[in-house]
Structures are given as structure tokens and as C-alpha cells.
Design a protein around this ligand. Structure first.
Ligand code: KIV
Ligand code: ZN
Length: 412
């Protein structure tokens, strides 16, 4: 069965860039846009033109210099916003105006000070105006997941009638759970009579760490566009991470039968470029792109990896552009990994030499966490120059004779 093609809407340069610490110059945005193009995203949200001249310039530049993906520009449901977005996109080969307004009572009463009726009219007018610039208009109901469902259905039906071709229902504050998101999209898709005239989109924030799970739940419920960012950057705790969504669908086709046009081998390069340009590193244990995502230190794991990588890796590092799996030599490593590294370094050791090296390596790692190749070579030189006094004893190290060989199952 062919996988359902989903649309990847990348908002690294808009939602991601507007987060503290992630602002980028126009030239840097262009550089990233080229990488997003190489990555194969369908839509690049390049900025919010009314917000600043630099954002308008970034939209103009990306729209002309990166013609393959659709360039999207954000606009509130206001005449001047839509005008500015439309003008910035004038030279685009493929453009989308993305207009939004909050729909929850909380936002209407406390933030916008307007009634539901005023909100509805603003949404309809904005979509109508945007259609004067492009046939590709996206409407977003900000704080959709905390909006009264009957009212939201009215808004969605009306904007589709007014010409919205994509309807995005953001979990703006990252409040929802996957079950809820599933039911929410099911309810909207079944209740809105003209729902089949638009593509529905998920835009989930990560305040409870559920953005990717919620996005996948929305897909299962019928959404066919996902909004996401490289490294999951975005307002507060961020957005759903592009690399996690894409690899989840790729690795788990059995449960998530969705296809994308993403060239997954370009993921790591995109992540690294973003890190370099913003100066904000991703956490070491970040899925897919973190430093430890394909690194193994525990002896049992290293032993398994050396026998068959599938024992501890569900995808290959090269599939996401990571150069190689790393077996980190640390205090949890076993002799199998040490021996493997020694061989990689072009050296051969006798069994007893390997035992001595292993003990020294663990002792050093106890002090300084990990041991580099240079340190390993130095230890080999040292131990060859200083033969062990007396007869060699069986291994006396506290970790025993290499956890991987006795198969302790304590999860190191
Ligand atoms: O989180 C949000 O609601 C947004 C909208 C502007 C789409 O970013
Ligand atoms: Zn957002």
C-alpha cells in the first residue's frame, strides 16, 4: 500500500527564529533556506514581513533565490499585514500567505478584546484579501486546541468557503495530549461540511514534551500537513522537531504509513548549520541529531553493536547524514570495544596486553569520563615499556571480566 504523502511545512525561519537566542541575519536565513531546499521540505515559512524590514527582506530573497519550495509569509488577519506579505512574495515562483488569528475565548477576551463574531469576520476578510495575491492561502486558528469546538468549526468552514486551501489548527501552548489531538482533528474533519476542500495541518508546541507525539496523532486523525522546525526550535519549549517526525514515519512505516519528500541524509547537515549559525547547541541526547544519538558507551551495548548494530540501533547514522556510530570509551565500556578500537587504530595486542590496557583505560575513564584515541595509544606505549611485575593475574577490575562477556543485564 502506497504511503500517504504528507506536506512538510518548515517554520524554522519564522516560529523557530522568533525564539530567544535564535535570531538570524537575512544572509544566514538564506543560507539555511538553501539547506532546507536540499533537505526537500515542501514549504519554507520565511518570515513575518510586517514584523520587521529584515523579515520582509528575507521573504523576498528566499522567494526568489530558492524557487523550488513554496515560500510562505506570515500575516495577522489585518489588511496591512496581508498587503505586506503579498508584496514580499510578489517575485515568488510559488508563494503562500499564512494568515492567523486567535480563536479561543481566552485570547479573544484578554488579548485581542474582540468578540467571536469580530474574530470570524476578520478571518474571512483576511483570507479573501490574501486570495487576491495568491491561490495558496493558509489560515491558522491560534490557540485552536483551547477553542470552543462549535465556534472553531464555524470559523474553519467559513475560511474554507472564503478560499483557504490549508487550515492549520495549532496547539499553541503545547497543552494537549496525543489522544486529545487525535479526537480534536477527528471531530473537526467530520463536523466541518467542506473539510474535504482543504488540507488540514498540525502545529504543535512542546511545552509538555508532546509536540512530536501530538503531531503524529494529528496525522493518524487525517491531518496531511505538519509544521515543524530543525532541532525543534521555536517559541518557549519549541515546536515539533522535523527530524523526529520524518524519521518516526520512515522507521515506523508499519504504524505511521506516511511519506515525505525529505532527503533524510541531509538532516544532520541542516541541524549542524542551524547550530553553527545560532550558536545554540542541541542537547547531547536529542533524538536523531544529538551528539549521543548514535554513540554507545556501555559495555553490553558496545558488544552488541560490534556483533550486529541492529541490537542497539533502530536506524543507521548514515540515513540521517551522521558520519558514523561512535563507540565512546569510558568507564562503562567493555574489552570488546577497546579491542575493536585498538584494531581500528591499526594495532594488535596480545590477550594479556589487552587485559592490562583495559584496566588502565577504565581507571583513566573513572577520573576523566572518556578516553581519546591518543590517550589509548599512549597507554599502549607505556604498558609495553613497563611490563607488569610478576605473573599476570586475572582481571581485578571492579567491573569484572568485561560485562559484555558475562552478559550482566543491568542496563549499563
Ligand atoms: O503557535 C502558533 O499558534 C503559531 C501560529 C502563528 C501558527 O505559531
Ligand atoms: Zn507556533
Amino acid at each position: 500500500m502506497a504511503a500517504d504523502r504528507i506536506v512538510i511545512f518548515d517554520t524554522t525561519l519564522r516560529d523557530g527564529e522568533q525564539a530567544p537566542g535564535f535570531s538570524l541575519r537575512v544572509s544566514e536565513k538564506l543560507q539555511l533556506a538553501r539547506q532546507l531546499d536540499a533537505l526537500g521540505v515542501d514549504i519554507i515559512e520565511a518570515g513575518f514581513p510586517i514584523a520587521s524590514e529584515a523579515d520582509a527582506e528575507a521573504v523576498r530573497l528566499i522567494a526568489t533565490e530558492v524557487p523550488r519550495p513554496v515560500t510562505a509569509a506570515l500575516a495577522r488577519c489585518r489588511t496591512d499585514d496581508i498587503e505586506r506579505a503579498g508584496e514580499s512574495l510578489k517575485a515568488a515562483a510559488r508563494s503562500r500567505i499564512h494568515t492567523f488569528i486567535a480563536t479561543s475565548d481566552l485570547h479573544l477576551e484578554k488579548k485581542l478584546h474582540i468578540t467571536r463574531e469580530q474574530c470570524l469576520q476578520a478571518a474571512i476578510s483576511a483570507v479573501t484579501q490574501a486570495r487576491g495575491y495568491t491561490d495558496d492561502v493558509q489560515f491558522s486558528a491560534e490557540d485552536a486546541t483551547r477553542t470552543d469546538l462549535d465556534f472553531l468549526c464555524r470559523v474553519v468552514e467559513s475560511v474554507i468557503t472564503a478560499g483557504a486551501t490549508t487550515v492549520n489548527l495549532p496547539d499553541t501552548v503545547g497543552y494537549s495530549t496525543p489522544d486529545e489531538i487525535y479526537e480534536f482533528f477527528r471531530a473537526i474533519l467530520s463536523r466541518v461540511p467542506n473539510a474535504d476542500h482543504a488540507i488540514f495541518s498540525a502545529h504543535c508546541h512542546d511545552d509538555l514534551g508532546l509536540a512530536v507525539a501530538n503531531t503524529l496523532a494529528a496525522l493518524r486523525a487525517g491531518a496531511r500537513q505538519v509544521e515543524c522546525t530543525i532541532n525543534g526550535i521555536g517559541e518557549r519549549a519549541g515546536n515539533a522537531s522535523l527530524e523526529e517526525i520524518v524519521m518516526a514515519t520512515k522507521v515506523r512505516q508499519d504504524r505511521l504509513p506516511f511519506g515525505t519528500a525529505v532527503v533524510t541524509e541531509q538532516i544532520f547537515a541542516a541541524s549542524q548549520m542551524l547550530t553553527r549559525l545560532t550558536g545554540e547547541a542541541v542537547q547531547a541526547n536529542k533524538a536523531i541529531v544529538g551528539r549521543n544519538a548514535f554513540a554507545h558507551e556501555a559495555g553490553i551495548h558496545q558488544d552488541g553493536m560490534l556483533k550486529d548494530r541492529r541490537t542497539y540501533e533502530i536506524m543507521r547514522p548514515e540515513d540521517v547524514g551522521v558520519p558514523a556510530t561512535t563507540l565512546v570509551l569510558g568507564k562503562h565500556s567493555g574489552r570488546h570495544a577497546v579491542h575493536h578500537r585498538v584494531q581500528q587504530l591499526g594495532l594488535e595486542l596480545e590477550r594479556l596486553e589487552l587485559d592490562r590496557l583495559y584496566r588502565r583505560m577504565v581507571a583513566l575513564a573513572d577520573q576523566q569520563k572518556t578516553v581519546s584515541d591518543a590517550e589509548l595509544v599512549q597507554m599502549i606505549t607505556d604498558l609495553r615499556q613497563t611490563p607488569e611485575p610478576g605473573a599476570p593475574t586475572p582481571l581485578g577490575h571492579k567491573h569484572g571480566p568485561g560485562t559484555e562477556e558475562v552478559g550482566y543485564g543491568h542496563g549499563v
